[in-house]
Design a protein around this ligand. Structure first.
Ligand code: ATP
Ligand code: MG
Length: 419
């Protein structure tokens, strides 16, 4: 038997209501903030991600699904969407039509990681990008939107962490300070961090290695090397969050190792999912649009993992999805009348009612069982004595009331059921 690829998951009909609920909430909240959806292709030229995410990142250096197509071109299944969104913005000159572009997306992403709870090889993200303004209110807006979506799901054990990376020149100065500090600890760092000392020293803060963590605890902090402008940007983000009642803590180890990241970075973690606790992450990327060949436009965004969010909801037992129901189940009493039942079903469905009937020539008893299983609000009996008078019998399953309705009065039927 051929099975699904390791790290991928079927979303079965029994789970789909949760996904619809989450997707609808995401779309609702983004639209309240006037973000418009953008849908970009599932695959792109590999160089887009190499440049847009950065060669030194885990994603590009070890997680991408990259392959040569039949004409020998290197393509990659999208591991995240910021680079694609920026590419689309540049390609369609969206900034000429709209000086601030507020965009959101929902869809599958692909990373070849070790599968475990909350970590898959095909997973789903939603996220937003706001491109064209350096206003710190937009940094705060990202965090507020992400927080509101999680909070409206009912999640409680949330922790919002924020940090500021300042601007590249401040970061360059700081990197020297950090390297200076680390020099005397170099032999005690993990192998990975020794490499990062050369390639991407800030990322040593991301290390999960106990020894590294201990050393980094005493490291000088970037925040102390930021100048007034960056500090004031950060202050505005913080005061805006406070006014919006979003509790947060400043976590100076929250770094993104890329040169075009600027100012705010943030993460929201849930204390009710195991070790894969980050539900979403984001930040400002003022250098990215230019890096990808566009004009020098500032941007800020975030991405959130939908499987992890649903896992957190499950663990906190907060998603109360109403039970599936149908409006009507048609029970055919006399098999020779199946076609009539079918035609009634078609016309009622065209009037916006959810209608099911039997396709398996089941007994009346079995059809009744099916009607109950599907939570039918009404049942319609077609056949028998009543049909001789051109009538069908409508039964309200809630109060068991029955009523004969003439087939010439189909409008009455629709009205009754639709109530
Ligand atoms: P992590 O540290 O957990 O690997 P990340 O820094 O790689 O996360 P981002 O690239 O910022 O994550 O992606 C944003 C969100 O997407 C994460 O917070 C997480 O919820 C989700 N996510 C990332 N990778 C996966 C994955 N392999 N499976 C499921 N969800 C994921
Ligand atoms: Mg990762």
């Amino acid at each position: 038997m051929i099975k699904a690829i390791t790290g991928t998951k079927d979303i079965l009909p029994s789970d789909i209501s949760k996904w619809y609920f989450l997707e609808n909430l995401i779309k609702k909240i983004f639209s309240k903030f006037n973000y418009k959806e953008i849908r970009t292709p599932i695959f792109e030229n590999t160089s887009l991600f190499a440049r847009g995410i950065g060669e030194a990142t885990d994603i590009v250096s070890k997680e991408m699904y990259t392959f040569l197509d039949r004409s020998g071109e290197s393509l990659t299944l999208r591991p995240e969407l910021t680079a694609s969104v920026v590419r689309a913005l540049i390609e369609h000159s969206l900034e000429k039509k709209q000086s601030l572009n507020k965009l959101f997306y929902i869809g599958p992403m692909f990373r070849q990681e070790r599968p475990q709870a909350g970590r898959y090889r095909q997973f789903h993200q939603f996220g937003a990008e706001s491109i064209g303004s350096n206003d710190p209110l937009l940094d705060a807006e990202m965090i507020i939107m992400a927080f509101d979506i999680l909070a409206q799901l009912g999640l409680k054990n949330l922790e919002v962490k924020i940090n500021s990376l300042g601007v590249p020149s401040e970061r360059e100065d700081y990197k020297n300070v950090l390297r200076e500090y680390l020099k005397s600890h170099l032999s005690n760092l993990s192998e990975e961090s020794k490499k990062r000392f050369e390639t991407n020293v800030l990322r040593i803060f991301d290390s999960k290695d106990e020894r590294d963590i201990e050393i980094m605890k005493h490291a000088p902090l970037l925040i102390n090397y930021l100048k007034d402008e960056s500090l004031s940007h950060f202050e505005t983000v913080k005061s805006t969050l406070k006014k919006a009642n979003v509790n947060f803590s400043v976590d100076s180890s929250l770094v993104r190792g890329l040169d075009y990241y600027t100012h705010t970075t943030f993460e929201i973690v849930s204390k009710s999912v195991g070790s894969q606790s980050a539900l979403c992450g984001g930040g400002r990327y003022n250098g990215l649009v230019k890096e990808l060949g566009g004009s020098d436009l500032p941007g800020v965004g975030f991405a959130a993992g939908m499987e992890r969010i649903l896992l957190a909801c499950e663990n906190e037992n907060v998603l109360s999805i109403p039970e599936d129901k149908i409006d009507l189940y048609i029970i055919t009493l006399d098999k020779t009348k199946s076609e009539l039942s079918y035609n009634i079903a078609i016309s009622l469905r065209r009037k916006n009612l959810t209608v099911e009937l039997d396709y398996l020539l089941r007994s009346v008893k079995a059809q009744m069982r099916e009607a109950n299983k599907l939570n039918a609000k009404y049942v319609l009996f077609v056949g028998g004595e009543e049909l001789k008078n051109n009538e069908v019998v409508l039964k309200n399953m809630l109060n068991s009331e029955q009523e004969n309705i003439s087939l010439n009065e189909i409008e009455k039927l629709i009205k009754k059921i639709g109530e």
